[in-house]
Design a protein around this ligand. Structure first.
Ligand SMILES: Nc1ncnc2c1ncn2[C@@H]1O[C@H](COP(=O)(O)OP(=O)(O)O)[C@@H](O)[C@H]1O
Ligand SMILES: [Mg+2]
Length: 221
């Protein structure tokens, strides 16, 4: 492995998975290999008797190499509720996630790890997504959904990332609202408010074309 990044966002449903997939396609376009991990996922369906999460399946399908599902998503909870509630009987252990991460890193040039919810979302009774990123000691990429309220959310999350003592490698503006007014002005304001590079602007696109979205981001890989 050459590098790994932790993908967080200003909230749940802001486009962490879309941004992770765009970055994975970008990395492949650069001629590098990539694996995506979604260590903690709440909201799963049974596939041949095994609980699997849609985000994790998308990351698995986009990877350069075949990876066993349980390696990339060790905690797959049935109900789409906060992991500390969904996982009450099988709580997330950070060492288990790190062991899986360490198994995956030799298999690709770049590993991307998608968080769950926002930065301070609890993953068990005493730890949050922030602890997971810290435990893996990864630089963080922050996905910001460009919608009303995004400036506040971007500044709050950025400050929280810094308070956790991890590096913010950059942020991605994800245009989830096609009716957003003053989109560019909002992005410019956030750009000036954060001391981290803007890695790309993902336009609103439905359905997503990841070969196209990959050309909207950049990362030193
Ligand atoms: N750039 C975009 N254009 C259109 N729809 C988007 C875009 N980014 C995300 N979405 C949609 O918003 C929803 C949340 O995105 P997702 O990547 O799953 O968020 P998260 O991983 O943060 O929960 C999904 O239905 C996704 O298809
Ligand atoms: Mg997701």
């Amino acid at each position: 492995m050459e590098a790994a990044y932790f993908i967080t966002g200003t909230d749940t449903d802001v486009g962490k998975t879309v941004a992770t997939l765009a970055l994975m396609h970008y990395i492949k376009q650069q001629g590098k290999t990539v694996i995506g991990m979604k260590p903690v996922a709440a909201g799963c369906e049974l596939h041949n008797g095994q609980l699997k999460n849609q985000d994790a399946l998308l990351l698995q399908a986009a990877a350069s190499v075949q990876v066993d599902y349980e390696l990339l998503n060790p905690y797959a909870y049935l109900e789409p509720v906060s992991p500390h509630i969904a996982g009450a009987r099988n709580p997330v252990a950070l060492d288990k996630v790190r062991a899986n991460f360490n198994t995956l890193t030799p298999l690709a040039d770049i590993v991307l790890v998608e968080g769950a919810g926002g930065w301070y979302a609890p993953i068990n009774d005493h730890q949050a997504v922030s602890d997971l990123a810290q435990h893996l000691a990864l630089p963080v990429i922050m996905v910001v959904a460009i919608r009303l309220g995004c400036i506040n959310h971007a500044r709050l999350t950025y400050q929280a990332i810094q308070a956790s003592g991890v590096t913010c490698a950059g942020w991605i503006a994800n245009c989830t609202d096609p009716a957003m007014l003053k989109r560019d002005e909002n992005i410019t304001t956030i750009k000036h408010a954060l001391n981290a590079p803007l890695l790309g602007i993902l336009p609103y696109q439905h359905p997503a074309d990841f070969d196209f979205l990959a050309r909207c981001v950049s990362l030193n890989v």
